[in-house]
Design a protein around this ligand. Structure first.
Ligand SMILES: NC(=O)c1ccc[n+]([C@@H]2O[C@H](COP(=O)([O-])OP(=O)(O)OC[C@H]3O[C@@H](n4cnc5c(N)ncnc54)[C@H](OP(=O)(O)O)[C@@H]3O)[C@@H](O)[C@H]2O)c1
Length: 251
């Protein structure tokens, strides 16, 4: 589905990002797997995956909240590839704290990592896409950005901003053949959930029609679809991957 496409994926070392790298490699994209830190385990995983599917995967290390590092990273990719076809804006952090107790710095960091970095990456990458009059940008948002929840001011606001900006980007970039969509995961089995209480997890399971937690691969499948030509007439949309919790039971 992605044969020969050049894809950039952030937060690629674990969770939904790593599942997306695997999915894209399986579909023969050339993947720039962007992570914050270099580790032997990540380099080894990439080497194995690249060998398994006979496709190119390049690790690239930078902090998405560091604007200068982001610029340098996209230039590195652009200089080597001369084009970028797909951007998956996936890196993110979670904050769960009642708002009177949340330091402004914490809110700023959350907005910066989850939202501003996505905008900067989309700005830089869309310049390459405009030249080709084609491209697909997938912004990973969250069901937390669709409806208010207690303790969700920082994280939910950052993801609501992602959803809003996805629509603006889609409006402005459509004339260049660039599609911009969001994916909003619900309760997905990654490290992001490991610190949360069992009571909260149980409540969410009860509210979920499919009565189970989602797997990172199931989010990666939605990202793959939106990145591929299967979604060639879809832009400005948000695919919710949450086992039906938000849309069906209003949880
Ligand atoms: N899991 C869920 O239930 C769920 C639900 C809704 C939305 N999401 C969204 O899905 C995306 C992926 O989350 P996940 O569940 O896969 O979480 P995860 O396992 O915690 O992974 C988060 C990834 O983002 C990277 N990252 C965070 N801050 C970064 C920074 N400043 N610079 C570069 N990389 C950074 C992390 O890198 P390090 O390893 O260096 O920390 C890691 O690769 C996030 O945007 C998250 O908000 C997840």
């Amino acid at each position: 589905m992605l044969n020969g496409k050049i894809a950039v994926i952030t937060g690629a070392n674990r969770g939904i990002g790593w599942a997306t790298v695997q999915k894209f490699a399986q579909h023969h994209a050339c993947v720039w797997a962007c992570a914050r830190r270099q580790t032997d385990a990540f380099e080894k995983n990439i080497k194995e995956l690249s060998g398994k599917y006979a496709t190119e995967i390049y690790p690239l290390y930078f902090d998405v909240a560091d604007a200068d590092a982001v610029k340098k990273a996209i230039k590195t990719i652009g200089d080597k590839q001369k084009r970028i076809d797909i951007l998956v804006n996936n890196a993110g952090i979670s904050v769960e704290q009642l708002f009177p107790m949340t330091a402004i710095k914490t809110i700023e960091d959350c907005m910066h990592t989850n939202f501003m970095s996505q905008v900067q990456l989309a700005q830089l990458v869309s310049r390459y896409m405009m030249r080709n009059k084609a491209g697909a940008i997938i912004n990973v948002a969250s069901v937390a950005g669709m409806e208010a929840e207690e303790g969700g001011l920082a994280y939910g606001s950052s993801k609501a901003a992602v959803l809003f900006s996805t629509q603006t980007m889609a409006l402005e970039l459509g004339k260049y053949g660039i599609r911009v969509n969001a994916v909003s995961p619900g309760f997905i089995d990654t490290d992001m959930w490991h610190a949360r209480s069992d009571a909260l997890k149980e409540k969410i399971l009860q509210e979920t029609p499919l009565k189970r937690q989602g797997a990172p691969e199931e989010v990666a499948n939605a990202i793959l679809f939106l990145a591929s030509d299967m979604a060639s007439f879809i832009t400005g949309q948000n695919i919710v991957v949450d086992g039906g919790r938000k849309s069906l039971s209003g949880g």
